[in-house]
Design a binder for this molecule. Structure first.
Ligand code: 5AD
Length: 488
């Protein structure tokens, strides 16, 4: 009973949490397996942001419970946001679930599995479902589900064999912004930041292991440390953190998600001018382009301010890539108000966007607002924005044809025959390469582009330390090119 499969729904934070659970389980002697057909324990790490995400995980869990009929020792666990949001109520629909563990208790998963295993080995029938969705007691600054990389090292398992190129680093949990549509304050709790020194130490350890790209994660990263650290010379704690990560040798690219427009002050815009490792890709959730809707959403900025932020960033980095989150069909959204969103969406010229149809989340203020928008209207508005996005994305990719972009080689692509990586602007690229180039920053000449993907040829001749075909050796340091990546 030691083969565990973890299926993750939702955001990067969930991905990070699943990685942490996997690492803790490996360290306890469990095997993390990629195939759900070959596991003894299935853990669903869930998302609650929209109803569709919850329904997907519930459907999956219902499916899996059939396996328990054949094999009573099979263990099914529901972790994360939906566990936190629904708790014991999940048992109405899924009475056979063994484990329901909330977002502040991921670190308990190994103990709970050990207990289940010991009980089964002793022939003791498993009684009640284990449900743990409490708050984690202790300092506001301590994120207990965080697992430091040192404790993972040498834990065995396939993941240790693949060189890690990029890493998510959790800097903060929870959110206190109380956006009217959002369930996150309920599922992730109060905003808590990790101590800056701990984050920097984790990034250093990752760099020493060969990680080149760090993505700092939190629900509202721009508020990082606001209760714990002072501004110094007008520099916010978040920008102070960026500066410190920027100093780490070996780290070549820094990203973060998700910020709030309210936190995009001058110091952060200026940081893009100073910190060359900060990738020119900003995910800046707009949610709506109507001032009335933004107010109803409890989003404290205007469409004018939002556009000002975008312009200020483009002024610092003209080649900046932008992405956003939009909700269409928020309660009461009129055609005119959607038109304002469409207009601002077009004006911002996004390269990427996530468009969501408003989904009622019980317990949030918007759920009780009345004047819900019919599904067909939401669908239409969704499509209008996606059509604009497709054109933008095609245009941006077409403009890259013939240019040379810095790509961080991540590993084999889906076919296993070619390789994949990302540009600094977060575009996915596919190309031929040698496996030894994994983890290297290499120049790629773009010769073909689809809406979402770039294709090209690596330009290795003349790049210090890399032979033409990358066969002979890999340089020991990451100093192939400066992080600005513009001098090929
Ligand atoms: N309905 C639709 N989309 C939502 N989001 C958050 N809550 C809801 C909801 N109730 C979207 C927001 C957020 C992203 C992560 O999910 O756009 O930025």
């Amino acid at each position: 009973m030691n083969r565990v499969h973890i299926k993750t729904y939702g955001c990067q934070m969930n991905e990070r949490d699943s990685e942490a659970v996997a690492a803790m389980l490996r360290a306890r002697g469990y095997r993390i397996v990629g195939s759900e057909d070959e596991c003894d324990v299935m853990l669903l790490n869930t998302c609650s942001v929209r109803d569709a995400a919850e329904q997907k995980a519930i459907g999956k869990a219902a499916n899996i419970t059939h396996r328990k009929k054949k094999n009573p020792d099979f263990v099914l666990g529901i972790l994360g946001c939906m566990a936190q949001n629904r708790g014991a109520e999940l048992l109405d629909k899924l009475p056979d679930v063994d484990l329901i563990v909330g977002t502040q208790k991921f670190h308990q998963v190994p103990d709970y599995l050990d207990n289940l295993r010991a009980a089964r080995e002793a022939g003791v029938p498993i009684g009640e479902t284990i449900i743990d969705i409490g708050e984690e007691a202790g300092s506001q600054n301590t994120i207990k589900d965080h697992l430091s990389p040192e404790s993972v090292e040498g834990s065995g398992g396939a993941a240790d064999l693949v060189p890690q190129v990029n890493a998510f680093v959790s800097i903060q949990q929870g959110c206190n912004m109380d956006c009217a549509f959002c369930i996150v304050p309920k599922t992730r709790g109060d905003e808590r930041s990790r101590p800056m020194d701990d984050i920097v130490t984790e990034c250093r350890t990752l760099a020493a292991r060969g990680v080149k790209e760090i993505t700092l994660l939190g629900q509202i990263v721009t508020s990082y440390g606001r209760r714990d650290y002072a501004h110094t010379n007008g520099i916010s704690p978040f920008v102070q953190l960026l500066e410190r990560v920027h100093e780490i040798e070996g780290i070549e690219r820094i990203r973060f998600t998700s910020p709030h427009p309210r936190g995009f002050k001058e110091d952060l815009a200026a940081a893009y001018g100073r910190l060359s490792k900060l990738c020119e890709y900003v995910h800046l959730p707009m949610q709506s382009g109507s001032n009335r809707i933004l107010k109803a959403m409890n989003r404290p900025y205007s469409r004018e301010r939002y556009k000002e932020i975008v312009d200020s960033l483009r002024a610092v980095r003209p080649d900046m890539y932008f992405s956003t989150d939009i909700i269409v069909g928020f309660p009461g959204e009129t055609d005119e108000e959607f038109e304002q969103t469409r207009e601002l969406f077009e004006a911002c010229n996004y390269d990427m966007a996530y468009v969501f149809k408003y989904s009622i989340r019980s317990g949030t203020p918007a759920a009780d607002m009345g004047d819900q928008i019919p599904d067909e209207v939401k669908e239409h508005r969704n499509q209008v924005l996606l059509d604009i996005l497709k054109k933008n994305s095609e245009r941006r990719n077409a403009a890259l044809l013939g240019t040379v972009e810095e790509v961080l080689v991540e590993g084999p692509d889906k076919t296993g025959k070619r390789f994949t990586g990302r540009t600094r602007g977060n575009r996915v690229a596919i190309f031929d390469a040698n496996p030894r180039l994994i983890g290297q920053l290499v120049p790629l000449k773009i010769d073909r582009a689809s809406v979402s993907t770039l294709y090209g040829e690596l330009q290795l001749a003349g790049v210090d330390g890399l032979e033409a075909d990358g066969q002979n050796h890999i340089p020991s340091s990451s100093g192939l090119m400066t992080s600005a990546g513009s001098q090929f």
